[in-house]
Design a binder for this molecule. Structure first.
Ligand code: PGA
Length: 253
């Protein structure tokens, strides 16, 4: 499966940083065997999409409603209008700080897929849950409750869906899950996908996220069922991000 390396700029990026978007898009052209995307702040989507028209620019979140009285929120039509081709949903920082539950995440994924966007749906356990031995069950439950099942999924296969497994304790901390733990979790994710989508589950990419860097990317990409990465801090510059893309290309052979 073609690997996907997506950057999540989180709350970073103003007009002056469009140069970085250009640099990343240009360097990524050298790795056509990898899908590369940058999820930038909503305020930068349109300018980024105009700056690099052949490159995938995404959002970091979307509301599930079509429109309406939702102060501060952005709907799918706004994202596609701005030039986004994908969106992250269910990032742990939103599940935590914005108290988004699995049902919200599912509704967002359904809305985004129906609008033609690709979706990166995030799941992951806290350190307390991992230490208590509940990581697999927690992530399986998150998936069962947040995987999209709407008409967009029923009428096609979820090619536009990717799952990002991001252990919360590995995000922005420099700590990375062991390859054995990643392999075990990604196998569980694949099983839950198969339970939901049958044979089509094979076409859903499963990304790992949490302190991915150029230095650890090769072993992560060599792990079974790792079809790419969701990258936060190391996606902010071409210098840090492109080596991860290169590692994905090397893993693809
Ligand atoms: P990180 O963030 O790469 O900075 O750990 C990953 C993420 O939150 O998607």
């Amino acid at each position: 499966m073609k690997k996907l390396v997506a950057g999540n700029w989180k709350m970073h990026g103003v007009a002056a940083d469009l140069e970085r978007v250009r640099a990343i898009a240009e360097a990524s052209r050298n790795y056509p065997s990898v899908d590369v995307a940058l999820c930038v702040p909503a305020t930068l989507i349109e300018r980024a999409a105009r700056a690099v028209p052949d490159f995938a620019i995404g959002a970091q979140d979307v509301h599930f409603a079509e429109k309406g009285a939702h102060t501060g929120c952005v709907c799918t039509a706004m994202l596609t209008d701005a030039g986004a081709s994908l969106t992250i949903v269910g990032h742990s920082e939103r599940r935590d700080a914005q108290r988004e539950c699995d049902a919200d995440v599912k509704a967002k994924a359904d809305a985004a897929l129906a609008a033609g966007l690709s979706v990166i749906l995030c799941v992951g356990e806290s350190l307390a849950v991992r230490e208590a031995g509940g990581a697999l069950a927690t992530v399986a439950a998150q998936l069962d409750a947040s995987l999209p099942h709407g008409p967009a999924v029923a009428s096609g296969v979820p090619d536009r869906l990717a799952i990002a497994y991001e252990p919360i304790w590995a995000i922005g901390t420099g700590k990375v899950a062991s390859c054995d733990d990643i392999a075990e979790m990604h196998r569980t994710v694949r099983e839950r996908l198969a339970a939901a989508y049958g044979g089509a589950a094979e076409r859903v990419r499963i990304l790992y996220g949490g302190s991915v860097k150029g230095s650890n990317a090769p072993e992560i990409f060599a792990t079974p069922n790792v079809d790419g990465a969701l990258v936060g801090g190391a996606s902010l510059t071409a210098e840090d991000f492109v080596p991860i893309v290169a590692a994905a290309a090397a893993a693809a052979g």
